[in-house]
Ligand binder design. Structure first.
Ligand SMILES: Nc1ncnc2c1ncn2[C@@H]1O[C@H](COP(=O)(O)OP(=O)(O)OP(=O)(O)O)[C@@H](O)[C@H]1O
Ligand SMILES: [Mg+2]
Length: 317
């Protein structure tokens, strides 16, 4: 394992409420203290990154500490920017009537399922372009598992889908070329089909994202889980899913583990239950466990408590 600290981009995933935001905040603060200029981003529509740092965050980077910057991606704003960008690219080469029709369809697409994911993905592509230049490290605080898995499978899904559309469009153009043999300008226009051009560019950017995601040297995925039944099951499934897509999984962080000694019968019983799942985690993930973080007696909010979590990364990432 190259070590989490050497990855340019690290994603924190996991089931709802297991501690993704806590761990990604702590890890990014840890990196910044080591001297890496770090950007921490939340792609979860229900943001809490700003809350934990007690700072208002938005679509533009806000300084959180020396060497540390934060962004909360707003899918609404990003979707709108995404659709506007496509609209702009579509202009030229079409009659106003067709443009009007395309715009109507794009406006509908803005409200369609998947638009927010596509927009977040566009932002992701924008971010991987600046990593290594503007920032040394980027840490993603992702949305609960299902949502993120869908997002990460986009390059594969979109790649195939775009190939299909491009091919159909080319077939139509060929037909068009045959009937327009005499009219040179029409033929030329078909060859320089702006839609194929746009689709092609999208395909290339998705490929770029995919190349980045599967690159062990640059990107890594970490799952946070708790010693409980559902987080263990969900993590096992998610790791399988990512590996099928060739996305490297660096390991798991076991969070909210009860301390060695507990002072009530109730907690003793809870600890027995927990032991069973810790054993399962050991069996299933064994050498993939990067570190174990105890359940603290307080909620994680503010730099001091984030730092206390970050201390557990020392020597293990
Ligand atoms: N080790 C810990 N000790 C005590 N409290 C913790 C610990 N880790 C996380 N918490 C608390 O658990 C709650 C959930 O944590 P967090 O918000 O990081 O989870 P999440 O996986 O990002 O949740 P969501 O899926 O809703 O985004 C928060 O109130 C946080 O303060
Ligand atoms: Mg969260």
């Amino acid at each position: 394992m190259d070590g989490l600290i050497n990855k340019q981009v690290v994603f924190f995933g996991g089931k709802g409420g297991v501690g993704k935001t806590t761990c990604s905040s702590a890890f990014s603060l840890y990196l910044s203290r080591k001297g890496y200029k770090t950007l921490v981003l939340s792609t979860d529509p229900a943001h809490s990154l700003g809350d934990i740092f007690e700072t208002e965050l938005g679509n533009e980077a806000v300084k959180l500490a020396e060497n540390l910057y934060g962004i909360e991606i707003d899918p609404e704003i990003e979707s709108k920017k995404y659709i506007d960008r496509i609209k702009k690219q579509m202009k030229g080469g079409f009659s106003p009537l067709i443009i009007n029709e395309i715009e109507k369809q794009l406006d509908a697409a803005y409200h369609s399922p998947g638009a927010a994911e596509a927009a977040i993905f566009d932002k992701f592509i924008e971010i991987i372009d600046v990593v290594g230049r503007e920032y040394d490290r980027v840490v993603f605080d992702t949305a609960p598992t299902g949502h993120t898995m869908r997002l990460l499978s986009l390059p594969e899904l979109m790649g195939g889908w775009l190939d299909g559309i491009i091919k159909r469009r080319k077939d139509v153009n060929e037909l068009f070329n045959m009937v327009s043999k005499v009219e040179k300008s029409l033929e030329e226009r078909a060859r320089e089909d702006p839609i194929i051009d746009i689709l092609f560019k999208r395909k290339i950017s998705f490929e770029k994202a995919r190349t980045f995601l599967v690159d062990h040297k640059r990107a890594g995925f970490v799952f946070v889980l708790n010693p409980q039944r559902l987080p263990v099951i969900e993590t096992e499934k998610a790791i399988g899913f990512l590996e099928r897509y060739g996305i490297p999984v660096e390991g798991v962080i076991v969070n909210r583990v009860l301390p060695e000694r507990v002072d009530s019968d109730f907690l003793m019983k809870r600890k027995e239950v927990e032991e069973k799942f810790l054993k399962q985690i050991e069996e299933k993930f064994g050498d993939r466990v990067l570190c174990t973080i105890p359940l603290m007696e307080y909620d994680i909010s503010g730099y001091q408590s984030i730092d206390r979590i970050a201390a557990f990364f020392d020597g293990s990432v």
